[in-house]
Design a protein around this ligand. Structure first.
Ligand code: ZN
Length: 245
């Protein structure tokens, strides 16, 4: 976020989790949790759709290069059942307590699967908003989870295992990207080329460079070999963003 900021990109960090851990100290930060009058919030926590109204309004007013971070609560446990509303209670019976030992493994998995369904919905709503504002915003979305989750495999739950010992359930994470037609055209991004890389191994190490590449920031800290979209970008942008020193 700091490199983007130095390049003159407007940065926003909207938080529906436990803060930015210092990452958003130099940019605009807003916590969306604990909103009292929203029907999306209850007991001091909010569903991730809490971002949408604010995102709609922000997109309507964007006039310059902007990156908005939506720090979701996502599938964070152990209170999986609080992460989705009644209409997303599709997998049942679902564990209705944070006391996982009071639930069967199937109930825990069902509750977790409902959180995934809701995140899927939430991301699709973000994409819908980017489409809604496509006349004024050449939008793109990148989504990456911070970690996976153990749901009882080998007797493990949640995600706290040290990286060296952590099972694949905790370290294998989803990584999703969406690009509008206008964004793909502007940046010379070949989306069918990207499809051929869909199963290529990537990691959190790629995120920094991939985001800088997405925003076409020219800086020596950018490594194109770690930008997972670089090989599908066919042309340089006429006016790349250069950070001021
Ligand atoms: Zn987390």
């Amino acid at each position: 976020m700091d490199v983007l900021r130095r390049a003159g990109v407007d940065g926003y960090w909207w938080d529906n989790n436990t803060g930015s851990k210092g990452i958003a100290d130099l940019i605009s930060f807003a916590s969306l949790t604990k909103q009292k009058n929203s029907k999306l919030c209850k007991d001091g926590e909010c569903l991730d759709d809490i971002f949408l109204t604010q995102l709609d309004e922000k997109l309507a007013g964007i006039t310059k290069n902007t990156v908005i971070v939506l720090h979701q609560i996502g599938s964070h446990g152990p209170a999986y059942y609080l992460r989705y509303p009644e209409e997303f209670r599709r997998f049942k019976p679902d564990c209705r307590t944070a006391q996982l030992s009071d639930c069967s493994r199937d109930e825990i998995v069902n509750a977790y699967d409902n959180t995934i369904l809701y995140t899927d919905h939430n991301l699709s709503e973000v994409i819908k908003l980017l489409k809604k504002h496509q006349d004024t915003v050449d939008g793109a979305m990148i989504y990456m989870s911070d970690h996976g989750e153990s749901l009882g495999e080998n007797g493990l739950f949640l995600h706290g295992a040290p990286y060296m010992f952590a099972p694949a359930e905790q370290t294998h994470v989803p990584f999703i990207a969406w690009f509008s037609d206008q964004y793909a055209q502007l940046t010379g991004l070949d989306r069918s080329c990207l499809q051929t890389y869909a199963d290529a191994p990537t990691s959190h190490d790629n995120l920094f460079h991939t985001v800088l590449g997405m925003m076409d920031v020219v800086t020596k800290v950018y490594n194109p070999n770690l930008d997972v979209f670089a090989s599908c970008r066919s042309k340089a942008i006429a006016n790349p963003i250069r950070p001021q020193s």
